[in-house]
Design a protein around this ligand. Structure first.
Ligand code: 5GP
Ligand code: ZN
Length: 112
């Protein structure tokens, strides 16, 4: 989608600090980190939010990709959180589905 910030980041048209990439997914550091490690994992294909896709390969692949990012960032043993904010009431501000990978500090529960 031509007018989407995260599509442009995945295409290299807007700079970001890349963490990982394969044919289908892209990961980069959040510009406003909420934890010592805060990476965004996205599919390269534009999907606005979790509500808009029933593609299990894409959504399941996104979770596994986020898991691999967490492992490669050294978070697997200590623990991490994978968050997909969906629609405005949950805090979604960028409407290209993305998984936040957060770690490197204790994570409180319930989340804010
Ligand atoms: P949401 O609030 O939609 O769940 O998450 C969007 C995230 O994208 C936010 O954590 C925000 O800091 C991050 N973000 C917004 N614009 C940019 C940008 O231009 N570059 C990067 N790296 N992150 C961004
Ligand atoms: Zn997009």
């Amino acid at each position: 989608m031509s007018d989407c910030l995260f599509c442009k980041i995945a295409a290299g048209e807007i700079p970001a600090t890349k963490v990982a990439e394969n044919d289908e997914f892209f990961a980069f550091r959040d510009i406003n980190p909420q934890a010592p490690i805060h990476v965004l994992a996205i599919p390269k294909r534009h999907v606005p939010s979790l509500n808009e896709s029933d593609d299990g390969e894409l959504l399941g692949g996104l979770v596994l990709f986020a898991r691999d990012v967490a492992r490669d960032e050294g978070l697997a043993d200590g623990g991490y959180r994978v968050v997909i904010n969906t629609n405005a009431g949950a805090g979604q501000t960028v409407f290209h589905v993305h998984a936040h990978v957060l770690g490197g500090r204790p994570m409180g529960w319930p989340p804010g």
